[in-house]
Design a protein around this ligand. Structure first.
Ligand code: NOJ
Ligand code: CA
Length: 716
């Protein structure tokens, strides 16, 4: 179903003074939103946004500054305006729901600056928010140009509560701070002591997706969509006026973007609701991205995977084979290096994980540290650390390929670039060919450390283009991609469904070796980082305390064991790692059953309840079956929640298997206490569930068969 209606108005005859008084308005299809555009007295473009008759964004300026050229800031004249109605429903290759409705009304303003150069601003107003972008059509007097600054404002109406991480050009691996807009200060935020203030380019900058809550309980989320060939946007906070303005990530020379017409910026997005659940359910960011460029997508497979991974983060093994430093690709004979005896990616260990995956129905096995280079990988700023095709002497690629094949399992490739992006790009074809020759069809990439070319940033235009380039090239080889340390996602998985997951936030791994992620972390991420796309958070840690590996270790996962189960639902990803060591799962096979059962692709999703930094409860229906799965999580506070099962099919009785915190569970004092029960339920039931401090609950619902009806009791 697709419906487009277009109306165009020409204003060639209207003089500027008249235009300065004209207001152009559109309403969202459900009429909840109103967008108003005008030119002010200086003929600057101005927009404002209302939701349910309340002002959400006050009059805010739009504009782009050009280096050594003519700015797109003021003195505009409107050439034409155009209105469009759009309505279509599309099916993602994989996702949280089977169908996605893309319905909006748009206003497209063709503006001319005093040098007769054209910029088009398009607004799309959806039932849950706004997207807008700048477009520079092909034109003789503007062929290529350098953006020195984007001047987009979001002037807010009050001192909202904000869930923020500091502005940064290279990393989003931070703990969230919660404060009023007027109190945002990167030097005082939660990360300041851990990381040191020097990394922040300004105390007043924050990253998107930025989540806010107003005093009258409106939820506002600001981010961007379809970030391609342009730098990421941080936001500068004016704490007196509650105003945000765009701050683009610069390149090594301090320029922001090099554009060639026809060119488009990414969409700036403002999603608003009086219900927090609707923010999480929004598909606006995805809808603002282009349809899939990959026509045939049957090779793209959502899946769970295990890996030679967590054991290195907990210090049991190493990525490097030897402790010798300064090795040289091509000339070093790795067979003669002195092994350190802790190399995790060895044949025996990899076979153990393949066996474990095969036994439990997981299809992927990630192996990190399989290739030479890890002796020198970190913080060296060296080009030629990895070649992505040479295994260590104790990793037999062919033998393991055959072994995995005999067990119906696929190995997942790991390409850590250690920031040497130029090196990776030169070797990309060879690396992907090597993968295909050896039966790998998914890769986890990584960009730890400073970027080479020197001075470029993880979130600048060059790197934004790099991540897209890798996804496109991978698609040519039918390779699925999971990227660590990239720019935060902006819905590009609609266009490149093989670009399945990213890290781009502070993952579970921080719990292994740092102060970790506070219990509220996972209740904030869906409102922030996950607004742009799936996260490879790596859930499923059962051995919560690191003292298990090292008696002196104080680090721990900041959740209960059952909250780790619930994360498979609340932290959506089509690629979910089953992260802990096989032996840790063997000790809790009853709880492990949930991880075995939970799918990674869905027909439907219901966000049942949510409050940023407090709690989230989500139910999802498995793709192609009648099974439902539910995850509920809380922050550091315990919580009792009553969950109505009204999402279940009316004519069906289900077995609900409830994995919940034990009565004495507590993320710090007793994280591994849990209880499991199976009961019969119907859609009319309401489940009363207790979540411990830092706790969670996971439930599977499967249609009951005759024997179940005889054997099990109804929920009371
Ligand atoms: C950081 C990634 O997030 C992690 O998953 C990986 O194991 C290391 N880099 C090494 O590449
Ligand atoms: Ca809280």
């Amino acid at each position: 179903m697709k419906k487009i209606i277009i109306t165009i108005l020409f204003f060639g005859w209207i003089i500027n003074t008249t235009q300065a008084q004209m207001l152009y308005k559109i309403q969202s299809p459900n009429k909840n939103f109103e967008l108003i555009f005008e030119l002010n007295q200086q003929a600057q473009p101005i927009y404002q946004l209302n939701y349910k008759n309340k002002n959400v964004i006050k009059k805010s300026k739009l504009g782009i500054k050009i280096k050594n050229g003519n700015d797109f800031i003021d003195n505009f004249k409107i050439n034409t305006t155009q209105n469009k109605d759009f309505d279509e429903t599309w099916q993602p290759a994989w996702g949280e729901t089977k169908n996605i409705r893309n319905q909006y009304k748009s206003l497209i303003i063709n503006l001319e600056n005093k040098n007769k150069q054209i910029v088009v601003i398009e607004f799309r107003l959806f039932d849950d928010g706004l997207g807008f972008r700048y477009e520079f059509p092909e034109q003789p007097s503007l062929q290529y140009f350098t953006v020195s600054d984007e001047k987009t404002e979001f002037n807010l109406v009050g001192n909202h509560t904000t869930f923020w991480i500091p502005g940064d050009y290279d990393s989003n691996e931070y703990v969230y701070s919660t404060s009023k807009l007027s109190e945002i200060d990167a030097y005082k935020g939660k990360n300041a002591t851990e990381i040191g203030v020097k990394t922040f380019f300004s105390p007043n900058a924050v990253q998107t997706p930025l989540m806010m809550k107003t005093e009258d309980n409106l939820y506002i989320n600001i981010h961007e969509a379809a970030l391609v060939d342009y730098p990421a946007m941080n936001l500068m906070v004016d704490k007196q006026n509650f105003s945000l303005s765009s701050h683009l990530v610069p390149n090594a020379l301090g320029d922001k973007a090099y554009l060639q017409t026809p060119a488009k910026t990414p969409w700036r997005t403002v999603i608003v609701s009086d219900k927090a659940t609707e923010i999480l359910a929004s598909k606006t960011i995805l809808n603002l991205n282009e349809p899939s460029k990959i026509k045939e997508t049957s090779w793209i497979k959502p899946q769970k995977f295990v890996g030679v991974w967590w054991e290195m983060h907990v210090g049991k093994g190493t990525w490097n084979y030897s402790d010798t430093k300064n090795i040289k690709l091509k000339t070093t004979d790795f067979k003669n290096l002195q092994p350190n005896g802790k190399h995790a990616a060895n044949n025996e260990n990899t076979k153990k994980y393949i066996d474990f995956a095969a036994k439990n129905g997981f299809t992927g096995v990630l192996v990190e540290g399989w290739n030479v280079g890890w002796e020198d990988w970190f913080g060296n700023w060296k080009e030629e650390v990895f070649d992505f095709v040479t295994p260590y002497p104790d990793f037999d690629v062919k033998m393991l390929q055959n072994y995995a094949k005999s067990k119906n399992v696929k190995l997942i490739m790991h390409h850590e670039t250690s920031g040497a992006v130029s090196n990776y790009e030169r070797r990309l074809d060879e690396a992907f060919k090597f993968m295909k020759d050896n039966d790998y069809d998914a890769v986890k990439t990584g960009y730890v450390g400073k970027i080479i070319p020197r001075g470029e940033h993880h979130d600048g235009q060059i790197m934004v283009n790099h991540y897209v380039h890798v996804a496109e090239k991978a698609a040519q080889y039918k390779i699925m991609v999971d990227t660590h340390e990239p720019v935060r996602p902006t819905g590009l998985h609609r266009t490149y469904p093989n670009f399945m997951a990213c890290e781009a936030a502070r993952g579970n791994e921080f719990n292994a070796w740092s102060v970790g992620n506070p219990p509220e972390h996972e209740t904030i991420l869906p409102f922030t980082r996950l607004m742009g796309g799936p996260m490879d958070y790596t859930p499923g840690i059962f051995e919560i305390k690191m003292s298990h590996y090292n008696p002196n270790a104080t680090q721990q996962v900041h959740t209960t064991l059952t909250k780790q189960l619930a994360l498979y639902i609340t932290m959506y990803s089509p690629l979910q790692m089953v992260s802990d060591l096989p032996e840790n799962y063997e000790k809790h096979l009853d709880a492990f059953q949930f991880i075995k059962d939970v799918p990674t692709d869905w027909d439907d999703t219901k966000i049942i309840e949510a409050e940023p930094a407090d709690y989230i409860t989500i139910a999802r229906k498995e793709k192609g079956t009648e099974n439902w799965f539910l995850g509920a999580i809380t922050d550091e506070n315990k919580r009792i929640t009553n969950i109505s099962l009204d999402f279940l099919n009316k004519n069906q009785t289900y077995i609900a298997t409830i994995y919940q915190d034990g009565k004495d569970a507590d993320w710090q004092k007793n994280p591994k206490s849990y209880q499991i029960q199976s009961v019969l339920v119907k859609t009319t039931n309401t489940l009363k569930i207790s979540l411990a401090n830092g706790g969670g609950c996971a439930i599977s619902f499967k249609p009951a068969i005759k024997e179940d009806l005889k054997k099990l009791k109804f929920y009371k």
